[in-house]
Design a protein around this ligand. Sequence first.
Ligand SMILES: Cc1ncc(C[n+]2csc(CCOP(=O)(O)OP(=O)(O)O)c2C)c(N)n1
Length: 632
Amino acid sequence: MTKLLPTIQSPLQLHEMSLEQLDQVAAEIRETLCNLLSLRAAHFASNLGVVELTLALHSTYDFLQDRLIWDTGHQIYPQKLITGRYDEFHTIRTKGGLMGYPNPAESDYDLFMTGHAGCSVSTAVGLRSGDDIMGRDNYSVAVIGDGAFPSGIVMEAINNAGELNSKMLVVLNDNEMSICPRVGGIASYLDRLRSNKFYTGVKNEVVNMLNKVPVFGDPTERMLFQIKEGVKAGLHGGMMFEEFGFKYFGPIDGHDIGVVKKYLKMVREIDGPVLLHVITKKGHGFQPAAEDPVYFHTPAPFETAEDGQAIPKSTSSTKSYTNHARDAIADQMRHNERVTVITAAMCQGNKLEPVREEFPDRFFDVGICESHAVAFAAGQAKVGLRPIVDIYSTFLQRSYDQIFQEVCLQKLPVTFMLDRGGLTANDGPTHHGTFDFGYMRVFPNMVVMAPGDANDIGAMLDFSLNHDTACSIRYPKTNAAEISRELVPIELGKSETLSKGADGTIVACGISLQLAMEAAQALREEGLDVGVVNARFVKPIDTEMIRRCLENDKFVVTVEEANLMGGFGSAFLEAANEMRLSAVNVHRIGVPDEFVEHQDRSEVLAELKLDADGIAETCRAAAKQVKLGVKV
Ligand SMILES: Cc1ncc(C[n+]2csc(CCOP(=O)(O)OP(=O)(O)O)c2C)c(N)n1
């Protein structure tokens, strides 16, 4: 059979296709996803789950006129494949290749660059409002998963859309999963909508009615009748949405392109906001992913055995920072009953499953609700607990005001374990955790730390849980080195000097420590004597160490996997200025004031001169500037 997918340059071609042809395209998309994504870590199960939904949307509407926002953005792959990016698809998540999230620079079909969950409905309401003001007669669609749906901002958007009576559609893609099984009251409500016989009856009634109407060229009168009946039927289910001014339809089978298309055609005729509840299955069409969607959210590269099982190609034997953090948390919970741990839907990413099993009463998955997670932790801290918010650095940005008001302003001892701090590589700009030094250190009552190696992480957690204000401990996604040395205990605002150098010092903050040591070793072999300091604290910063460096060293290089603006190096310069010490020979390496593209970790470190070679190169240049006679 001739393949159709490679011939699709524009989704408008889908409008001309029969349901059989659309089903064929769906199968080809699924095959393409399975072939490529087994070779490379990428979002897998979510994309397999929205193949038919994507085709139904793009074959019914024209999203160069209409507007489509995919919530979170990780399920954008089928859209990429049908919007002129099929030939480049093999480059996805590689340097210079397609991004693993929507990217307006790649295609006009990707409206916003997203990767954080929860904002699609707000954006769609805004698009609708803007298009209304501009006098455009188009349609605004948000597709949001049941995991993202409980995010507070979704409620804010629904509230607003109801009041504006926006002519728009929210497609609720209900696959019963966030990354882990979804949690909370809204999840239970959706379960009831899915399973209640009455609603199913209503659904069938509507489907039967719709089945009488041909997909193409419906006579207007029949369509109007159908809408009226549909609205009536909708009133019986989804009351919660109806109360907010939405018309609710569903649940419908999101893998049946014909059914979804019929509903899409129908709801477009309705004035005011509509919620279409679509049931899909994560991993649909690839058995191992359908059976274990948690693992297959972003699986490591795998091979498919003859019996259909997926076998990971390699596993790392070195323990990651995430695992060290998890073990340190569990250890603290074993010894202190006041310690709790809170995750915002990232139990799997933070490897917290064993903690969830061992301490079910002190483990809280609050869903994709970061603001709530932080305010909730503040409440627990107020009454005497020692909560740990275990969260990705980039997602904590969603709770900035709660860190300020609920935690710091109240001087509450909440511990923030910031995972994925630093450059997260192939995910790209939406996921790099490089802003946290800057955004955390500005708040009074906040201590900011970064472990230099695996040993530091447990010690820092122990320090934090015995400290009387909030503390943030940030560490990267990577494996954790164990630097052999006599361990110096963590002391507030004190760095650790690993080696002294007659010429200069590299002050490394966090993950860069190991690379700084490699750079120093290489430089020593060239005759440049450079010492290495493990900064440990961004705040309070070690002013004694800074004074010592600036008074004795010919140059200092600060290194951090964080934005230079507001980061550790900035804090270093501020402290120097406070002490009225000259910092002209201080050189900072970190992330410049721009968004960093997706690429492999080694590539991004090299690009930003954050690898051992880059650190050494900066030291040589610094030495040359102070005329240390080094060949550069
Ligand atoms: C603000 C935010 N918090 C956490 C995440 C991590 N995350 C990525 S996908 C996902 C689950 C999303 O579930 P759902 O909305 O149901 O979408 P599906 O995977 O089913 O497509 C989570 C928690 C994120 N992307 N953004």
